[in-house]
Design a protein around this ligand. Structure first.
Ligand code: 0A1
Ligand code: ZN
Length: 876
């Protein structure tokens, strides 16, 4: 390990900062041989921190310190101490100007934290604790300062950017040039950004609600300049939406986005200068799939929304990360729902939550939405903080209703503008604005684990009373054995035998939000004339597992009549899950597998239904993925899951062949490409039909796929056809399509990433040998996280069949790669190891092999703090 003893940081140890930094002046001289950083910090004792003048503690990692001066006088080295973690300076006055000079080496920075180079362009990533790799500083979000930044560089870097507004520029005598930026808003260091490179940009403008003109610019390398339009459109939509829905206006005169190829995450909300992973911003119809178009729209919005939920109001400490992330994910999800199909957006989000977040909640790294402790904060950019955090905000929205929620968010922004605050402050604003009590609700922030609701019902025909009894429980998670009952909004409806929603009270409302607060609680409905069928947790009203003993017939009924699209899809999922459990049992017992005719006919009627949104039909037709099935079983039998799923898919393809073909043709068209909801839905259903048809491996359908591949006018259709040929075609068909695709697109980074991912995640063709070969491909780069995620991540996370091969070689491979990567990029290594941390969930044979692979990582030598935390916690 890097640190002999990785330290655990506790929320309970939080103390206000000893010193504040009112002004930060930075001066960068960018040079390949090493970058010189000079800082001038206007420091003042924090009156809230108590008496006396303790030493000033600054964070700093991997820095070469050149000089330290206070109020213009060099500080002699008796007065300060340097450690691998930072600098401690003795202080004799309450207010002073500190000047520091240090050198850094961006060209050697492979961790992609701090200042680094991506394809020769300088860029930064400072969240959460990257600024300390740039210069010595109190690198914590509750120290907010006004930044002025001067960048000096050779003319080879014509574009020099930082946060805020440009206030000066000019030439130096030695032929270099400089630009100075000033950010009028105080901000924590994690929102600092710098970019320098030979970049082009597209420009547009936006007029805010109050009539201010904002310049919008997207910067990228010249070869990508044609791929910025969608992001620009998305940005303008997001700016308008935030004004309309939250009353939030943009506050600077300029908003910039920069695309970089080497990036650990999706994007970063630096004030006025968002830096994006190029995969999350660049798109054109020829090169990006519908999924990519929608992801870009969502991420551009997410980062933009952070300007208020994150930047204007920021986090006091990193335990409060979900304050900005949960809220902002909720905001971007609602934006995407408004721009596209609301039900499908919800289905996608819930599917992800149910697979990956529920697994996290049940695993060794489980933590509450507001964690109590961490070793390495980078490990806490999790699905729990982001997605479950968003569900928690959504539940507040559900409990309060649209208008009251808006009153709460208005108060939150008004009360805390310019401050660094806590999740508690958010909840308090929601309470104070509406006179409600969310005391018990706060447990969602402090208790980890996915609650389970066991629901039963009773109907008394004589009195016309129907009741629902809800029992809640929550399994233990690390450090938390007993859980107190949660406050759970449960949106329900009752269906009569004709499939109509029954009125639930005298107002005639047919939907109700039950507030579950007790360990066991009964809800009664009067005047019910026949035994109804409950529709439970409509729209997935809370992040819980609902158990109600639906029979197959009842689920079939819901699939036909349920008016809530999300629950309609969910009924279909439950049914498929039941069927596949039975198939797994057959497989294990060596019996013939059989899919029930009712299920087949239910799927057929979904496919024939031309009233439904085609993307909902596509979602309903798609069987739960192997990962979903695995997450929902107590003891994962990977082989049985694969066998059951393959069988069900083959049966559906065979039985529904005619309807699938009809569907394929009905939803094919030659309209020009538009990434609009209606068109996306049609392409999705058409390509789902194509994939099913090719499961039969009949030559005529493979020809159809080949024809689509040959003539596709957009990447969605081209990639879908390619994936189908790769999965179902002959060796020759698959290989020649792959080659042709590469030949056509080898110069396009995003498409090459897709080409990698498609192979590595193919259950048929993504063998370990192929994955190893892809890593030798000239376009593969272990130092580039996107390439790593496409190839190694594609294999470990999306290629269930091959990754779980019985000899455990898939696990060994992952362990090897994680160890190699840890030397270059600890953040990415720690994330990549996740599938191995789930070893306890598997049946013995695989479980032991996964455990051994994890052990191998542990014993491989020095681990980064990031990887050490995940591996050591998972081995327990
Ligand atoms: N705040 C960003 C996520 C982010 C976090 C860490 C990063 O580098 C380690 C980069 C980005 C967001 O939510 O979009
Ligand atoms: Zn975010």
């Amino acid at each position: 390990m890097k640190d002999a003893q990785p330290r655990t940081i506790y929320l309970k140890d939080y103390r206000v900062p000893d010193y504040l930094v009112d002004q930060t002046r930075l001066h960068f001289e960018l040079q390949p041989s090493g970058t010189l950083v000079r800082s001038e910090l206007h420091i003042r004792r924090n009156p809230a921190a108590g008496e006396g003048l303790p030493p000033l503690a600054l964070d700093g990692v991997e820095l070469e310190l050149l000089s330290v001066a206070i109020d213009g006088r060099e500080v002699d080295d008796q007065q300060f101490r340097v450690s691998p973690e930072g600098l401690s300076i003795d202080v004799d006055r309450p207010e002073f100007v500190l000047e520091i000079a240090n050198r850094i080496h961006p060209q050697d920075n492979t961790s992609l934290e701090g200042l680094y180079l991506s394809n020769g362009m300088y860029c930064t990533q400072c969240e959460a604790e990257g600024f300390r790799k740039i210069t010595y500083y109190p690198d914590r979000p509750d120290v907010m300062s006004r930044f002025t930044t001067t960048i000096v560089a050779s003319r080879d870097y014509p574009v020099l950017l930082s946060n805020g507004n440009e206030i000066d520029r000019g030439d130096m005598e030695d032929g270099r040039h400089f630009v100075t930026w000033e950010d009028p808003f105080a901000k924590p260091a994690y929102l600092f950004a710098l970019v320098a490179g030979d970049l082009e940009h597209v420009e547009d403008s936006f007029t805010t609600a109050s009539g201010r003109e904002v310049k919008l610019q997207i910067f990228t390398e010249a070869r990508n300049i044609g791929k910025c339009d969608h992001a620009m459109r998305s940005l303008k939509k997001a700016m308008r939406w935030d004004e309309e829905v939250y009353g939030r206006e943009y506050d600077l005169d300029i908003f910039m986005i920069v695309a970089v190829d080497h990036f650990n995450m999706g994007a970063m909300e630096n004030k006025g200068l968002n830096i994006f992973n190029s995969a999350c911003v660049l798109a054109s119809p020829e090169t990006a799939t519908d999924t990519a178009f929608q992801r870009i729209e969502a991420i551009v919005a997410h980062e933009y929304f952070h300007n208020w939920s994150g930047n204007r109001v920021t986090c006091r400490d990193w335990f409060q990360l979900s304050l900005k992330e949960g809220f902002t994910v909720f905001r971007d999800a609602e934006f995407s729902a408004d721009m596209n199909s609301r039900a499908v957006k919800r289905i996608e989000d819930v599917s992800m939550l149910r697979t990956a977040q529920f697994a996290e909640d049940a695993g060794p790294m489980a933590h509450p939405v507001r964690p109590d402790s961490y070793m390495e904060i980078s490990n806490f950019y999790t699905l729990t903080i982001y997605e479950k955090g968003a569900e928690v905000v959504r539940m507040i929205h559900t409990l309060l209703g649209e208008e009251a929620f808006r009153r709460g968010s208005d108060l939150y922004f008004e009360r805390h503008d310019g401050q660094a605050v806590t999740c508690e402050d958010f909840v308090k604003a929601m309470e104070d604005a509406n006179g409600v009590d969310l005391s018990q609700f706060r447990r969602w922030y402090s208790q980890a684990g996915t609650p389970v609701l066991d629901i039963s019902d009773d109907f008394d025909a004589a009195s016309g009373e129907y009741s629902l009894t809800v029992r809640q429980s929550c399994p233990p998670s690390p450090g938390q054995v007993e859980k107190e009952p949660f406050h759970i909004p449960l949106k329900i409806a009752l269906l009569d035998s004709a499939g109509k929603n029954l009125p639930l009270d005298t107002s005639g409302a047919t939907e109700q939000v039950l507030e579950v607060t007790e360990a066991e609680q009964t809800f009664r409905f009067e005047g019910v004339s026949e035994k109804p069928l409950p529709s439970i947790s409509r729209g997935f009203s809370s992040p819980v597992k609902v158990r109600y003993g639906y029979s197959k017939e009842q689920l079939l009924f819901l699939m036909r009549f349920e008016s809530d699209d999300f629950n309609r899809w969910d009924a279909c999922q439950r049914l498929a899950f039941m069927a596949m459990e039975a198939l797994q049992q057959d497989y294990r017992a060596g019996r013939d597998m059989r899919l029930s005719p009712e299920l087949l006919s239910a799927y057929r009627s979904v496919l024939q239904n031309r009233e439904l949104d085609p993307s909902l039909v596509a979602e309903m037709l798609s069987l739960p993925t192997a990962q979903v099935l695995a997450e929902q079983t107590d003891e994962i039998d990977a082989e049985a899951i694969v066998a059951a799923r393959n069988f069900a898919e083959a049966e559906l393809a065979r039985e529904l062949e005619e309807d699938l073909l009809a569907g394929y043709h009905a939803f094919s068209n030659d309209r020009p490409y538009r990434p609009e909801a209606g068109d996306i839905a049609e392409r999705r259903l058409k390509n789902t039909c194509l994939a099913y048809l090719c499961v039969t491996e009949k030559p005529e359908y493979l020809d159809l796929a080949q024809a689509q591949f040959d003539s596709a006018g957009n990447m969605t259709d081209s990639a879908a056809a390619l994936a189908t040929l790769v999965d179902r075609g002959s060796d020759e068909q698959a290989e020649s399509a792959l080659q042709e695709f590469y030949r056509c697109w080898h110069a396009d980074t995003q498409v090459v990433e897709l080409w990698f991912a498609l192979q590595a995640s193919s259950s048929q063709r993504g063998s370990l040998d192929r994955v190893r070969a892809l890593m030798q491909h000239p376009a593969f780069e272990l130092k580039n996280p996107n390439k790593v995620r496409s190839v190694i991540g594609g294999f470990a996370n999306r290629n269930f069949t091959q990754f779980h091969r019985a000899d455990g070689k898939g696990f060994e491979f992952l362990a090897e790669q994680v160890v190699a990567l840890d030397r270059l990029n600890p953040q990415v290594a720690a994330r990549l190891v996740t599938p191995l941390t789930r070893w306890k969930r598997y049946r013995a044979e695989l479980s032991e092999k996964m455990h051994a692979a994890l052990q191998m990582v542990m014993e491989s030598g020095e681990l980064s703090r990031d990887l050490y935390e995940v591996v050591s916690k998972s081995l327990v």
